[in-house]
Ligand binder design. Structure first.
Ligand SMILES: Cc1cc2nc3c(=O)[nH]c(=O)nc-3n(C[C@H](O)[C@H](O)[C@H](O)COP(=O)(O)OP(=O)(O)OC[C@H]3O[C@@H](n4cnc5c(N)ncnc54)[C@H](O)[C@@H]3O)c2cc1C
Length: 394
């Protein structure tokens, strides 16, 4: 049976979230604390308190950790509504990278690590980072990871350099990917794959060299270049099993790449609504521009893309709710949705004419913020490469 209808309570919650975002969050889009490096921590905390007051904070968290334990399909509906403003997910604590990090930690962290590193993030008091990408080569190809960890029987010592680390400035919960080096204190053979470690922001040995100047500004704290120089972490900092970092990263990435799709779908809808309004009211050559086929076709293409993207997301979510890993489907969704929604945003800029590239409307910000979506959590080409290999193999 295929049933695309939404349960009444879920539809009502979607509408409540949309109203919350429109009434309480959208007014902050012109707040100077939304800086070129993203919302600052003061703004984030203010937004988080608004969501907390409405019982909309971290609703995706597992029930035993204080959330509602949403299914993937429920998440799709909730995140799309939150995404109407890029600040919506920040307020509701379901923005990247915290959302993916919370998911990973809820699956892998032990009880002590959960209390120390996860719960403060779920409660909205702390932020987290996932530090994998490196200037030397580890990006699409994490096999090139050069950051090392050595064990002396008591502590790990981490050395390496990372970049594009979202939220590095000010985050307290750090998940760091490094490769264990051979040494006599390790039991058994050295694992081939890299390992994840937990650290607290501000620990000596973690230096944020700088926050990069990027074209997006929706992520709290921006994106940092980080140096680990003799970062000493106790043995209990090991997250999960050694050598399993890539497996855990996959665990995080499959749902995380879908949640990006959900949030950006909401933002693209917002851009479309602004473009539609403009097309109805702006006139050229004796009629509203929307009555010129060139413009109405752009709006129609957007409508089709938004619908297709929603169906693609919902299908992958539904599969995951049935217990499938849906790696292939989430990969197809990520590459398709990121490319299509960016085209939607681009057409919205075009419909707006010259003001499309100005901050007279939020479309310009959505366009810039959304560009990076085609790169992170697997660039389109890398997803297509994997999809192509599967097609040929099967
Ligand atoms: C806004 C933003 C936030 C990010 N946040 C984080 C974060 O918090 N933590 C973190 O660790 N990283 C983060 N990243 C990094 C992100 O994970 C990488 O940018 C991504 O994995 C791509 O790696 P790269 O930038 O090194 O590009 P590269 O791997 O160097 O790729 C460059 C180009 O080569 C193409 N390419 C690579 N391999 C293939 C292939 N097999 N076939 C065809 N084309 C290929 C890619 O598609 C791309 O177009 C972030 C990136 C961005 C843009």
């Amino acid at each position: 049976m295929i049933d695309f209808s939404l349960p009444e309570d879920l539809a009502a919650e979607r509408d409540r979230i949309r109203r919350f975002v429109v009434d309480k969050i959208v007014p902050y889009e012109r707040d100077p604390r939304l800086t070129s490096h993203g919302p600052n921590d003061e703004l984030r905390q203010e937004l988080v308190e608004l969501a907390r007051a409405e019982k909309l904070l971290t609703v995706q968290a597992p029930e035993e950790l204080g959330g509602r334990g949403l299914t993937h399909v429920e998440q799709a509906v909730v995140y799309e509504a939150a995404g109407w403003s890029t600040l919506g997910p920040v307020a509701m604590n379901c923005a990247a990278p915290d959302e993916g990090n919370m998911f990973l930690l809820s699956k892998v962290a032990n009880p002590e690590q959960t209390d120390r590193y996860l719960m403060p993030v779920i409660n909205g008091h702390q932020r987290s980072v996932f530090a994998m990408t490196e200037p030397g080569g580890a990006g699409s190809d994490p096999g090139q990871l050069a950051t090392t960890a050595t064990f002396d029987g008591e502590n790990f010592t981490i050395n390496g350099r990372k970049w594009l680390i979202t939220g590095a400035d000010g985050a307290k919960t750090w998940i760091i990917m490094a490769k264990l080096e051979a040494n006599p204190h390790l039991d058994g053979p050295i694992p081939e794959g890299p390992t994840l470690f937990l650290a607290e922001g501000g620990t000596p040995g973690i230096t944020i060299e700088r926050t990069m100047n990027t074209m997006d500004r929706n992520y709290v704290g921006g994106h940092g270049v980080v140096n680990f120089e003799n970062l000493v972490l106790p043995a209990e900092s090991l997250l999960g099993e050694s050598g399993q970092a890539l497996r855990y990263a996959q665990l995080r990435l499959a749902p995380a790449r879908l949640t990006h799709c959900m949030r950006w779908l909401g933002a693209a809808e917002r851009a479309q609504s602004i473009a539609v309004e403009h097309a109805k009211t702006r006139t050229a050559f004796g009629k509203p521009i929307g009555e010129h086929e060139g413009v109405s076709f752009m709006l129609a293409d957007n409508e089709i893309a938004l619908h297709q993207c929603r169906l693609t997301i919902w299908h992958a979510c539904w599969l995951m709710d049935q217990g499938h890993k849906a790696r292939h489907e989430s990969s197809m969704a990520k590459s398709y949705v990121s490319e299509e929604l960016f085209k939607v945003a681009d057409r919205c800029v075009q419909v707006l004419g010259g003001i499309g590239i100005s901050d007279e409307t939020v479309v310009e910000m959505i366009f810039r913020d959304m560009r990076a979506f085609r790169l992170y959590d697997g660039p389109t080409e890398v997803h297509k490469w994997a999809i192509g290999r599967k097609v040929l193999r099967d």
